[in-house]
Design a protein around this ligand. Structure first.
Ligand code: SF4
Length: 247
């Protein structure tokens, strides 16, 4: 079903000012990630997806607010948005002066990327691809998170994706592992989205102590000063850390 969600946000806190849209997809074909509770926001009807997505895209302001970057996420991968929605995205970019579009998705769709590059480049728009990795710890990523990237190396991901998502704060993750993930991520990718884990039904537990330690660490201060890393924490309802999309 299609949920009632905040689907447009202008993020001007980050070093790369961008408009974020959360669109409705036809559904995630992978659908196995243990931490994912957003894949139910979908419809099998292209018309229903497009009806919502057009309204969301109508909120994009682009050059009116000095923004030339559009970050597109959905409850699945970019390949699982209706093609008609992809066309609306491109039209919006042209009309609003958006020069870079970010598409997020699963590694299994990597071979489709050149198609999207051609599709947007034909209107002078660059595409950056972001891959959900969560951690480079293969054991956690595949055995606990069911991410679906078995034996895939950072180098292989970097051949197709310029940005990645990492996640920290679930039971079993350690501080040293977070540091290792950030080191690998910074070495192979242009930008990292670090999400602080939010508990989902049936998923791993949130490690409150580890998250508290993280927020009081020197590492956290360093990350805040790093222009290539964005931190998101939906749980942080008071937004005391001034991160994420909740305010
Ligand atoms: S690929 Fe993305 S949408 Fe699909 S289950 Fe995993 S996190 Fe959720």
């Amino acid at each position: 079903m299609i949920y009632d969600l905040i689907r447009y946000q202008f993020d001007d806190k980050t070093s790369l000012k961008r408009e974020n849209v959360l669109l409705v997809s036809l559904g995630c074909s992978w659908g196995k990630c243990a931490f994912c509770d957003y894949q139910d926001d979908k419809s099998s009807s292209v018309l229903a997806c497009d009806a919502v997505n057009k309204k969301v895209l109508a909120q994009v302001r682009g050059k009116e607010i000095g923004c030339t970057c559009l970050d597109v996420t959905c409850s699945a991968s970019y390949t699982e948005l209706p093609f008609s929605t992809m066309n609306y995205i491109r039209n919006t970019c042209v009309e609003k002066g958006i020069k870079t579009v970010i598409l997020e998705g699963h590694y299994i769709y990597r071979d489709c990327n050149p198609f999207y590059v051609d599709f947007f480049e034909s209107r002078g728009i660059d595409v950056l691809f972001r891959c959900g990795v969560e951690t480079f710890d293969e054991n956690i990523r595949e055995k606990i998170l069911n991410k679906g990237l078995p034996n895939v190396t950072p180098q292989q991901i970097a051949e197709h994706y310029q940005w990645i998502n990492l996640m920290f704060g679930m039971e079993g993750q350690t501080f040293s592992q977070l540091k290792a993930d950030l080191e690998i991520g910074s070495k192979f990718f242009k930008r990292i989205n670090l999400s602080i884990y939010t508990t989902v039904p049936g998923g791993p537990a949130r490690d409150e102590a580890a998250i508290k330690d993280f927020y009081s660490s020197e590492l956290y201060k360093e990350l805040l000063a790093n222009p290539n890393i964005d931190i998101f924490d939906e749980w942080d309802e008071e937004n005391t850390h001034n991160v994420g999309h909740d305010k």
